[in-house]
Design a protein. Structure first.
Lengths: 94, 623
């Protein structure tokens, strides 16, 4: 599915999204994994203090992590009030 | 339509010959034009079309123009077939963005090719000429609020009729631009390349016959479509989404976004931009042709790098671009910034979604990439040069933008622009030869590649001053008004974006005292004088003691930076591509400041602590 997300099946045969590193199960494939991850919001200069100086007051980095192993799954660069983007929505097999 | 069937071997030969024609057209342009933008940077397009205007072969160059020009050729073929008529040895000029051009300075020349009186093909080329007569020199009109302020706009005018240059038309066009010498040279270079295309196509027909030529053209389109659909069928079905931002709309402070949902189902691919913000009151809008071209600009190199770039790809690519938005504005919106503003955001968004789709496939994962340099970062220069000639040209050092990180390797440092595979970074000396400027430095920028398990390629920065300027003054209208606040060069799978770009001027500086001492400043902040962060809404002026500075983008990163091999980080520090500060703070690598050796034990502990810290500080999302 991506570098850190993979598809597995639960006991009922439904496809789920899990962390490729620690196998933490986020949610069914039909839902946005970001709603089941944890996240932090930071100014842009987190990605490079010197090259982003002075950092924007409106745009932020929103980092999504696996709640189990802390791996960074995705980074959004968005306006503060933008909801999490469902960036990957694979079609279920059935 | 041809009445004969082409065999695979003959098709292979003819397809390469058609490709070769577009390459030779490019060579003619570079050898004939006197513009740095054309002969040095290669900011142009060459292509061949069938009689109905379908793209047969889009050559390397600025890719998106080849797709946009489909609409130009179709328009001329349909609109002017009876009046003034399409005759042997005619050449038409079109630069109307509301029909097909990407913006006014991108002047498309369209040439019908006849064989024994029958129209058998069209050749087309595009150059970004020095000026189009708009409110600001150089073609990008930062102060324009209507297309009427952006220069002359031709829906298709016959500049050559039956082999004769129309002097009245020629004089009228050059009468409307600031640098008639430079514009005239570029247009004549395009006329020369159209003659080359015509000669080579007729030679091909002479060798293989007109029916075989037609069959080859038809198969170019069919083959591309079949190959692309087969590739799509191997990729997973689903939806991928991306959002890109204009920092502001050029009039108010309101940021404007491009929203893309890409849907892949079986062998079909739809790019739906529903949700994109309404059109801007400034020139920060993209014509529909540029938007279509923008999607093609990412699709062609990502999924069709081994397939002829033809109408077959466009037949598969479905684009939904709501009218009245920054990617399909209504008349009379200005849109000269479109090609390097919203249309670039379209390309970047398309690249992210295509890459995420490839990354979801074990077979195609290695083809995925983070965003390459997400826009350009330049300005025009208008003034009297050291030879006493008034001229207008564009600074295009940003062509050495950083490549996006890949799933298995770093992006290429100052590697180029993904959708401009044959453009090049101009030499410093090329500008110093024709403009009254002296570069103080040009180099790769430390920390400008988006961090990640694999980092983006770094971008660059430079500074110059006026030198041997007879007037001690020049005008510099900016272009590329995106990415000065929002970091639009996204990483994927946990990679960070690349830098934002800055334009600075140190006015009334002490640069001449530095030079007299035999020293060169490394940063504009080292100079005495008034340091200003320049606004993209103004037309800048540079004076005799001023120093101008700008940086340009790198590429986005791939994967979590804490997963990067510590030895790769050490090498980056050694090569001054990553600072010690970022090595420790972003990558979690402990490096001895004297010996540059990595302490693996401390690195492992630091990374463990950083992951724990993420969990400690993070919030739970709403479910």
């Amino acid at each position: 599915m991506s570098e850190y997300l993979e598809i597995d099946e639960d006991s009922s045969g439904k496809e789920t999204i899990q962390c490729a590193k620690c196998k933490y199960v986020f949610c069914p494939l039909t839902q946005n994994y970001k709603n089941y991850a944890i996240f932090g919001e930071y100014p842009l200069d987190r990605a490079g203090p010197a090259v982003f100086y002075p950092p924007s007051q409106r745009f932020i980095l929103r980092e999504f992590y696996c709640p189990e192993c802390g791996t960074m799954l995705d980074v959004e660069m968005v306006l503060k009030d933008e909801p999490p983007l469902w960036n990957i929505q694979l079609k279920p097999k059935s | 339509m041809s009445e004969i069937k082409i065999d695979p071997i003959t098709f292979e030969i003819l397809s390469h010959k058609l490709w070769q024609i577009t390459d030779e057209m490019a060579s003619v342009l570079t050898r004939t034009s006197g513009s740095v933008v054309v002969y040095e940077v290669r900011d142009f397009m060459t292509a061949l079309y069938d009689p109905a205007g379908n793209a047969v072969m889009i050559g390397c160059g600025v890719i998106f123009h080849g797709a946009a020009t489909v609409y130009a050729v179709k328009h001329v073929a349909e609109t002017y077939k009876d009046n003034p008529g399409i005759n042997e040895d005619d050449v038409f000029l079109l630069n109307d963005p509301y029909i097909a051009a990407c913006h006014q300075p991108d002047m498309v020349l369209i040439t019908p090719i006849h064989y024994q009186g029958e129209l058998v093909a069209w050749a087309a080329s595009m150059c970004h000429v020095p000026d189009s007569g708009g409110i600001d020199p150089g073609g990008f009109c930062a102060r324009a609020t209507e297309v009427y302020q952006e220069g002359f706009r031709s829906p298709g005018i016959k500049v050559i009729e039956r082999g004769e240059l129309r002097q009245d038309v020629w004089d009228t066009i050059l009468n409307m631009v600031r640098d008639p010498g430079g514009v005239g040279l570029d247009l004549k270079a395009e006329m020369a390349t159209s003659q080359t295309a015509k000669r080579r196509v007729l030679e091909l027909i002479g060798q293989y016959g007109v029916e075989m030529f037609k069959a080859a053209c038809a198969e170019m389109i069919n083959y591309s479509e079949v190959k692309l659909r087969a590739r799509l069928a191997e990729l997973p079905d689903g939806k991928w989404r991306a959002i890109e931002y204009l920092d502001d709309d050029g009039v108010t402070e309101q940021a404007r976004k491009v929203v893309l949902t890409m849907t892949k189902e079986g062998d079909s691919l739809t790019f739906d931009f529903t949700g994109t913000d309404g059109q801007s009151a400034s020139n920060r809008n993209s014509s529909l042709a540029a938007t279509q071209g923008g999607v093609f600009g990412s699709l062609a190199p990502m999924l069709c790098y081994d397939v002829p770039w033809s109408q077959g790809i466009l037949n598969v690519m479905k684009v939904i671009a709501p009218e009245g938005t920054i990617i399909n504005p209504k008349m009379p919106a200005a849109l000269t910034e479109g090609t390097i503003g919203p249309a670039y955001l379209v390309q970047d968004a398309a690249l992210v979604t295509i890459s995420e789709m490839l990354n979801a496939s074990e077979k195609w994962k290695e083809e995925a990439t983070a965003v390459w340099t997400p826009s350009v970062a330049g300005q025009a220069f208008a003034g009297v040069n050291q030879h006493g000639t008034f001229m207008v040209t564009l600074f295009m050092d940003h062509q050495g933008g950083g490549g996006g990180a890949r799933t298995y390797a770093d992006g290429v440092d100052t590697g180029g622009i993904l959708w401009q595979p044959t453009t090049t970074m101009p030499n410093v000396e090329a500008y110093e030869m024709v403009l009254p400027v002296l570069y103080l430095f040009r180099r790769q920028t430390m920390d400008s590649g988006g961090a990640g398990k694999f980092r983006g390629g770094v971008g660059g920065e430079y500074a110059f001053m006026l030198y041997h300027s007879p007037t001690g003054h020049a005008i510099m209208p900016p272009n590329g008004a995106i990415g000065t606040e929002a970091a639009i060069g996204y990483g994927i799978s946990g990679g960070y974006p690349t830098v934002v770009k800055r334009f600075k001027m140190v006015r009334d500086s002490d640069i001449k005292a530095w030079i007299e001492r035999g020293e060169i400043p490394q940063y504009p902040e080292e100079l005495k004088g008034d340091l200003t962060l320049l606004s993209m809404r103004d037309v800048w002026a540079i004076g005799d003691n001023d120093v101008f500075y700008q940086n340009w983008f790198g590429g986005g990163g791939y994967g979590d930076p804490l997963d990067r091999d510590p030895e790769m980080v050490r090498k980056d520090v050694e090569n001054m591509l990553v600072s010690m500060d970022c090595a420790e703070r972003i990558y979690g690598v402990s490096i001895d400041h004297e010996t540059l050796e990595v302490d693996l034990t401390r690195t492992a502990q630091r990374r463990t602590d950083m992951r724990k810290n993420r969990l400690h500080l993070a919030k739970k999302a709403k479910q």
